[in-house]
Design a protein around this ligand. Structure first.
Ligand SMILES: [Zn+2]
Length: 112
């Protein structure tokens, strides 16, 4: 397991803080991932249904998903740090699985 993926954590648990274009781009990315593992016709339907044609949203993905995640994380931590709880383990300081988690997935420490 990857040590910490703060960027993914922010996108999942603080999804409501994403802009509309970021949400569209994220959904588009997930859909293209799913479409690639589906048959070509079904994949096309998925993208037509859940993907976006919004140029601004697609532009966010043009440098790849890792760059996209990083852009969002940087923006959120700069613009709304007071709304974000980075739930690091009190013992080993690694990032917990969710903002509500009270047990560390790395060292097993429990802070209930
Ligand atoms: Zn820990």
């Amino acid at each position: 397991m990857k040590e910490t993926d703060l960027e993914q954590y922010l996108i999942i648990y603080y999804h409501s803080l994403l802009t509309l274009n970021e949400k569209l781009a994220y959904r588009h990315y997930l859909t293209t991932q799913k479409a690639e593992s589906s048959g070509s016709d079904f994949g096309k339907i998925l993208i037509q249904t859940w993907g976006t044609r919004d140029k601004e949203a697609l532009k966010l993905l043009e440098d790849g998903y890792d760059a996209f995640k990083k852009k969002i994380a940087t923006r959120l931590l700069k613009e709304v740090p007071e709304l974000i709880f980075i739930n690091n383990c009190p013992k080993c300081k690694k990032l917990a699985r969710t903002p509500e988690a009270k047990q560390c997935r790395f060292c097993g420490h429990d802070w209930h």
